[in-house]
Write a protein that binds this ligand. Sequence first.
Ligand code: XUL
Ligand code: CO
Length: 439
Amino acid sequence: MTEYFPEVEQVRFEGKATDNPLAFRYYDPKRMVGDKTMEEHLRFSVAYWHTFVAGGRDMFGSDSAKRPWDHLADPMEIAQARAYAAFEFMEKMQIPFFCFHDVDVAPEGSSLKETFRNLDEIAALLKELMEKTGKRLLWGTCNLFSHPRFMHGAATSPNADVFAYAAARVKKCLEITKDLGGENYVFWGGREGYETLLNTDLKLELDNLARFLHMAVDYAHKIGFKGQFLIEPKPMEPTKHQYDFDVAAVLGFLHTYGLEKHFKVNIEANHATLAGHTFQHELRLARVNGVLGSVDANQGDELLGWDTDQFPTNVYATTLAMYEILLNGGLAPGGLNFDAKVRRGSFEPIDLFYGHIAGMDAFAHGLLAAERLLETGALEEFVAERYNSYRTGIGEQIVQGKVGFEELSAYALEHDRISLGSGRQELLETILNRCILEV
Ligand code: XUL
Ligand code: CO
């Protein structure tokens, strides 16, 4: 059988001291951290589109990547080669999960019927490879943004035929995701947004988006798909304004349209920063609202204002992310999907390994640092103490809904000499740094 990445043996844990660039320094899959192994905590997933499809094209230049299937011309043959290469890659990287869009795994045909035939053929191959290797599908999704038919949106297109076409595609993707045992299904609102309000019926578009999602929930129910539905927020790009702007916007949308019981969110680090938030902010808001479902693990560039989808290497960010994830009780059935691509100049196949090793070690380090931070109890104790005034006296009465403005005004007139405590930010940051550096 063809070996697609002969330059790499299986990547293994060798510990901090190793000089081997094709080894893990922190990711030790079977190591126990608290009550779970690292593998169970982190649930790493490879993103089919970035790792096995994207060729490095950007606005100024064509594909730069060299890939082991470059010599093939037939689109279905390429699709098959990518599938074999994907499973070889996951085995060599010890990555248990993968995620894909329909068009990542099989080429679009000249009709919808042909597209579905192609998909069925490749899905059968994926199933066979999954059974052989034990690799699992974290989530499936449908690409409703690349083809020009989606130029004005899919579920939010002004054209009802596009809405119907998109429904047919999602129906098929749900069936395949179910058949492959997918644990989640993601809706990232590719072009569900607008370029200008001058030509947009915003109310109808949002109503239609909700109708579409209700139809997906109904169909999943009908076919017995039990996976978790996820919405992936993003504020801009490709449209100027994406409807699923951030976690707050998604929460408002879900509650407005009675969808809150059926959806959680898939938080992507670079989408959070594009929305003007930290990664941790989005994870925290999702967590405290009970909707933290899964994570697209990547990072942006501090100086660039677009979705650069870089491999996550910032240990400070991965520590704070893992802190939220541990407090969430983990992510399962979600996981950490590397929605990340190597830079255009990192064009050799081996760079795909270096990228994933960097990301996996950064998250493994983050997990160990976050576990340490939780063991100190420093943040939780400080926060509990900081809000102590709500546990007794007037604070307790506020929380229990026993007082209104009149009672509070009477209280304030008697207690207008207020004493506050320090926020101690710098001390807490020092404790956090110590936990990161001591791992
Ligand atoms: C786009 C993005 C997508 C989704 C899946 O920014 O993140 O790849 O994760 O459609
Ligand atoms: Co993503």
